[in-house]
Design a protein around this ligand. Structure first.
Ligand SMILES: [Zn+2]
Length: 178
């Protein structure tokens, strides 16, 4: 079976967009049906460099650390809001939400801590019900947490903004969102 040229051109466009946003090969391979060789070639054409090798070692733990959690939560809130307001293919929704996340940080003069690849992993973890958004019992904001850890019968959830870790003050807030 040959793919239609239109479908293929759509996949190429998506792959180029993802590469421009800094996505790793694992994302490109999972989200397009383009061959590894073509993706490597495309990556070289777009960035002038070969894609970085290596695994994606991300467990859910990264998203729980203090600052990453704030970034992840901001992204996930944008993602959910967007998902409710426009119908987009999941990968297009991811890219749009990540661009909005980056944009929001730019207005705060903060570097994005959550790469597009991590954002992709995060959405996968939420889809597979390993992570979810939980409301903070103090500020009411929604934050990324492990699923089945909070709620009735558990300790009330308090977010990292309401209860920053003790060492938080020292790191002078690189990448911090207030
Ligand atoms: Zn809170």
């Amino acid at each position: 079976m040959t793919k239609s040229l239109i479908a293929e051109s759509q996949e190429l466009t998506r792959a180029v967009q993802l590469i421009k946003l800094g996505a790793r090969m694992a994302v490109l391979e999972a989200e397009t049906s383009l061959s590894h060789e073509r993706l490597v070639r495309l990556h070289r054409e777009v960035t002038g460099q070969s894609p970085s090798k290596g695994q994606l070692p991300y467990s859910t733990d990264w998203f729980m650390a203090w600052q990453p959690n704030i970034h992840s939560s901001l992204f996930m809130n944008i993602h959910e809001r967007l998902d409710k307001s426009i119908a987009l293919a999941p990968i297009d929704l991811l890219m749009k939400a990540w661009e909005l996340y980056r944009e929001e940080l730019r207005t705060l003069d903060v570097e994005p801590m959550l790469s597009i690849t991590r954002a992709w992993r995060l959405v996968k973890f939420v889809d597979s019900d390993m992570l979810c958004l939980t409301a903070c019992t103090q500020c009411g904001g929604h934050f990324v947490t492990h699923t089945h850890e909070w709620g009735p019968g558990f300790k009330p959830y308090v977010c990292g903004l309401c209860e920053p870790p003790a060492r938080a003050g020292k790191s002078k807030r690189a990448g911090a969102i207030h």
